[in-house]
Design a protein around this ligand. Structure first.
Ligand code: KE4
Length: 429
């Protein structure tokens, strides 16, 4: 592959943008080489500035459940554009958006729109603190909830990729109320609750972690977490920014049959535009201004363009419940192919998957939390990444991310990916 144009653009970008990118994980730092500058996407494909074509599995880090430029989202955007871009005033679109999410996710009685997953999780923690009048909250090592100061403590995703789990610039004061437990380890939660009795406002968790690679919560762990929160009057927040509408119509809550008190969303609900949302029980959400004292706001929250794209995506989901069976079939097909390759190569790398989000960990240990995910050979992953790129397969430029399949991925795309995986692994091992 020729990457000349991307190389030029990257050099120019670095003069004006820190690290040449507007989000660190895009910089290829952990896999080496030059980040590809993308010109356009179509279905399961993206095309870079040098005209190279890739079958891609990032899907803009989750939003593209239907691949790039699905007609029903593009048409909705085009018709919305005619009316204007933003009014800073309420629109009927926002009611429709709130209604369809409360319909698809039964635990949500009220919801507020924001413009990113970070804003959603940040606001959810503030609402939980305001409602309970408690200060501390528990997160889990390896989970990533966006870049609000008090989350950047042993976080996942880009923070993990950089091996700097706790970021400079986060003050001791800000970190003081963040408690960290171990994923899938209920005793680590119990000991924190014992130590900080009646001081904990919330527990926030990715019910299916997607930011240390994909690590699903054990069902019994999540069930015990739900019970503990009920017993201790702690708000259970499911961060479904990634898993929401990805793994099922009702997200991880539907997969596990466990309801959270609050839920955060992003990615898919924006149909590719910047949208986040946080919602939950009426009594919690009604603590928010203008009816309640907890302040939270946003200039472009609920803006008509993003609402049109998001509403088109969620309406499509509502009308096509078979969508998740189709995604399951495609994802199972790919998983089977990759596992057959590993058998041929006498390797037993850990592969985790829930629906259309999955991860191939370059470790032969089983992976069920942060510590075991870290056993992955990130150097080998970097080499694998580039061999797959050379073969026209674009994966996440970090071992600690998720791989996403969309409804646009054809069997031929999956066969090509399985073949490229075999040839790349064969060369490496
Ligand atoms: P944003 O602020 O990036 O929209 O959402 C933050 C966030 C919150 N919660 C979960 C579970 C998330 O996965 C994310 C963001 N995910 C990463 C991908 N690992 C975003 C990619 C990036 O940082 O560029």
């Amino acid at each position: 592959m020729n990457y000349t144009k991307s190389k030029e653009l990257f050099e120019e970008a670095k003069h004006y943008i820190p690290g040449g990118v507007n989000s660190p994980v895009r910089a290829f730092t952990s896999v080496g080489g030059t980040p590809l500058f993308i010109e356009r996407g179509e279905g399961s494909r993206i095309y870079d500035a040098d005209g190279n074509e890739y079958i891609e599995y990032i899907g803009s880090w989750g939003p593209h459940l239907f691949g790039h430029n699905p007609s029903f989202i593009m048409d909705a955007l085009k018709s919305s554009l005619k009316n204007g871009t933003s009014f800073g005033a309420p629109t009927e679109l926002e009611i429709k958006m709130a209604k369809i999410i409360t319909e698809l996710v039964p635990s949500i009685e009220k919801i507020r729109m924001v413009n990113s997953g970070t804003e959603a999780t940040m606001s959810a923690i503030r609402a939980a603190r305001g409602f309970t009048n408690r200060n501390k909250f528990i997160k889990f090592e390896g989970c990533y909830h966006g870049h609000a100061d008090y989350f950047l403590i042993k976080a996942g995703s880009g923070a993990l990729t950089f091996g700097v789990p706790t970021s400079p610039g986060v003050t001791k004061g800000n970190a003081a109320d963040t408690l960290v437990a171990d994923y899938n380890d209920i005793d680590s939660v119990k000991s924190l609750i014992l130590e900080y009795k009646n001081e904990i406002a919330a527990i926030i968790i990715e019910p299916i972690a997607g930011n240390m690679g994909v690590v699903p919560a054990n069902k019994e762990f999540l069930t015990e977490l739900r019970t503990l929160c009920d017993e201790e009057s702690i708000i259970l927040i499911f961060d479904e920014v990634m898993s929401g509408f990805r793994v099922a119509k009702g997200g991880a809550q539907e997969v596990y049959g466990i309801e959270s008190d609050m839920t955060t969303f992003g990615k898919i609900i924006g149909g590719g535009l910047p949208v986040g949302a946080f919602g939950g029980k009426k009594e919690i959400m009604d603590t928010l201004a203008p009816i309640g004292p907890v302040y939270q706001a946003g200039t472009l929250s609920g803006n008509p363009l993003a609402m049109s794209a998001g509403l088109a995506a969620l309406t499509h989901i509502k009308k096509n419940a078979n969508l998740y069976n189709i995604l399951e079939e495609k994802s199972k097909y790919l998983e089977t192919g990759l596992k057959e390759n590993m058998k041929k190569l006498n390797k037993t790398y850990a592969m985790t998957r829930v629906g259309s989000m999955s991860c191939l960990f370059f470790t032969e240990h089983s992976v069920n939390n942060f510590a075991t995910a870290l056993k992955s050979d990130t150097e080998l992953y970097g080499k694998y990444f580039h061999k797959m790129l050379e073969r026209g397969i674009y994966l996440a430029p970090s071992q600690f991310e998720a791989m996403f399949i969309s409804t646009a991925h054809s069997t031929d795309d999956l066969d090509k990916t399985i073949e490229a995986n075999y040839l790349s692994l064969k060369e490496l091992l």
